[in-house]
Design a protein around this ligand. Structure first.
Ligand code: AMP
Ligand code: FE
Ligand code: FE
Ligand code: ZN
Length: 274
């Protein structure tokens, strides 16, 4: 079975609706996908219903942005109950924080001589976005003719540490892991940088992490094997996914996939057997 357990929809910074994402995954020949929007599980229900008519299974998920200085770390939740109080509380608080942070980034851009507005960001994000993210700002800058390409937004202005970048008042990894567990899910460290994996694993063990994303499009087979080694040494399970955000942004959906036998523990937790 072909799986991809890291996908974004238009309820965060992806391009497709949850239903369109599921249809695209089915056409691409994927058997199991997860919907993992930034700080919201608002697309899960639509994705799960769309999958009822199609030969693809949907793992309910979320990707929570966290901070433990100096690191900004993303924690994926899988098999969550998207109606659980801990998830709803997180997504409500995160939506408010992200609006405030976007306002500050817009202010910084204006001060830099780039007169983009919140209204333009909201238009670029579309009516379905529940959490505002930097890609929405990048789209607005592109639409306003302030930059020539989507990636220029990050290299020139809003990449980590860039002149218009604003960090957020993110929850700690432990708070995110607790919220995921309280909703019946398991927590996975998303796209761990190889250089810090060894240093952070003992902390993640303390915080209750369950798994690590080992299989990603930018990881070589050697990277993945190294990550898997560390993951298993700490008694955790591997996961994998593409972090696909939509057809305009990147490669074709399905061109990256993880064979289900590599992540059978995670699939089995939700009752998916190979
Ligand atoms: P935010 O959660 O608002 O900080 O935005 C993070 C998101 O921005 C990531 O999930 C990516 O979708 C996107 N992103 C971050 N850095 C870059 C980059 N250098 N180029 C393109 N997209 C990026
Ligand atoms: Fe994103
Ligand atoms: Fe991420
Ligand atoms: Zn992601």
């Amino acid at each position: 079975m072909k799986t991809d357990l890291h996908l974004h929809s238009h309820v965060s910074d992806g391009e497709l609706s949850p239903a369109a994402l599921v249809r695209a995954a089915a056409s691409a020949g994927l058997d199991v996908i997860a919907i993992t929007d930034h700080d919201t599980a608002a697309g899960v229900e639509e994705a799960v219903s769309a999958a009822r008519e199609l030969p693809v299974a949907v793992v309910p998920g979320i990707e929570i942005s966290t901070c433990t200085p100096p690191h900004e770390l993303h924690v994926l939740g899988y098999w969550i109950d998207w109606r659980a109080p801990s998830i709803l509380a997180h997504q409500t608080a995160a939506a408010v924080r992200r609006v405030r942070r976007m306002e500050r980034m817009v202010e910084k851009l204006v001060a830099l001589g780039v007169p983009v507005t919140m209204e333009e960001v909201r238009t670029a994000a579309g009516p379905e976005a529940r959490t505002l993210g930097r890609p929405h700002l990048a789209r607005a800058l592109l639409a306003g003719g302030f930059i020539r390409s989507f990636s220029e937004a990050f290299t020139r202005y809003i990449g980590d540490g860039g002149p218009a970048f604003v960090s957020q008042d993110f929850p700690t990894p432990k708070a995110a892991i607790d919220a995921i567990h309280a909703s019946g899910g398991v927590a996975v460290w998303a796209h761990p940088p190889l250089e810090i994996v060894e240093d952070l694993m003992p902390l993640f063990v303390e915080w209750g992490l369950d798994g690590v994303e080992c299989y990603r499009p930018n990881n070589t087979a050697e990277d993945a094997a190294k990550l898997r080694g560390v993951t298993e040494r700490y008694g955790m399970f591997p996961s994998g996914g593409s972090d696909w955000h939509g057809p305009r942004r990147s490669f074709e959906l399905g061109s990256f996939q993880v064979p289900s036998e590599r992540i059978e523990t995670l699939l089995g937790i939700g009752g998916l057997v190979l």
